[in-house]
Design a binder for this molecule. Structure first.
Ligand SMILES: Cc1cc2nc3c(=O)[nH]c(=O)nc-3n(C[C@H](O)[C@H](O)[C@H](O)COP(=O)(O)O)c2cc1C
Length: 221
């Protein structure tokens, strides 16, 4: 697959077939992704690959925290505290399209909660990836991590695999670190579901639009 096709074809996938992904394929994806650029070649990313047993323990722990009403305490703030335009509208559309595809009504918070919790089971994907940065890195390393994440998503596509990056997995970093025994306390950036897309599911059948070039580009002579 050529790069432009891969970039435009990638989408957040939220329903997966149970078919396993071999260690060999994942290894090839990671081998490709590690060629991401990073400031002075620091390569600050760290990845945890969770197969079924650990993934289901993590899912149970996250669901439990959520059910107990535990306040999320992520290592960083991804979203603004106050939404302003045009981000407010884009976020709204993102949610509306998702819930529409899932058949969840606007005024049904219980159904929305169930849909949200699907994040914690990585939408049924056979593999869950977790991404960390060493504590104390400067802001630039977050750029490097973003490029690494995109590389993984594109390389996965090249193997017929689909992904969903998941900031939601970073809600309870302490639970994740404890479960994985990460004593050096790295920062949890996000998770990612990875597997074969279940294309029969409506949740995988819509695309969110993008703003036209004029909205975000200025050309200078
Ligand atoms: C860093 C990052 C974190 C995200 N976290 C979540 C998440 O927790 N749950 C989810 O369903 N989608 C998540 N998404 C997916 C976005 O909602 C999605 O990329 C966006 O709506 C654009 O849709 P598309 O990727 O299908 O084009 C995340 C995306 C990124 C880049």
């Amino acid at each position: 697959m050529d790069i432009s096709t891969a970039i435009t074809r990638r989408r957040a996938t939220r329903a997966f077939r149970p078919d396993p992904v071999s260690d060999e394929i994942l290894q090839r994806i990671l081998e490709t992704a590690r060629w991401a650029p990073s400031g002075v070649n620091t390569q600050p990313w760290q990845v945890a690959v969770l197969r079924e047993a650990t993934r289901s323990r993590l899912t149970a722990a996250l669901l439990d925290a959520r059910a107990q009403g535990r306040e999320p305490n992520p290592d960083y703030q991804y979203y603004p505290s106050k939404w302003v335009e045009p981000f407010r509208s884009r976020r709204k559309e993102c949610g509306l399209r998702l819930y529409e595809a899932l058949g969840v009504a606007k005024n049904d918070p219980a159904a929305r909660e169930i849909a949200w919790r699907n994040n914690y089971s990585f939408f049924g994907a056979p593999l869950a990836l977790l991404f960390f940065l060493p504590r104390g890195v400067a802001t630039g390393s977050w750029l490097d991590m973003g490029m690494f994440l995109q590389n993984i998503m594109l390389a996965a596509l090249d193997h017929g695999l689909a992904t969903c990056p998941q900031a939601s997995i970073a809600d309870y970093p302490d639970i994740v670190r404890e479960l994985l025994g990460l004593e050096d306390e790295p920062l949890l950036v996000c998770g990612m579901a990875l597997g074969y897309a279940d294309e029969s599911q409506p949740v995988n059948q819509y695309r969110l639009p993008r703003a036209p070039l004029e909205e975000f580009t200025r050309w200078y002579p």
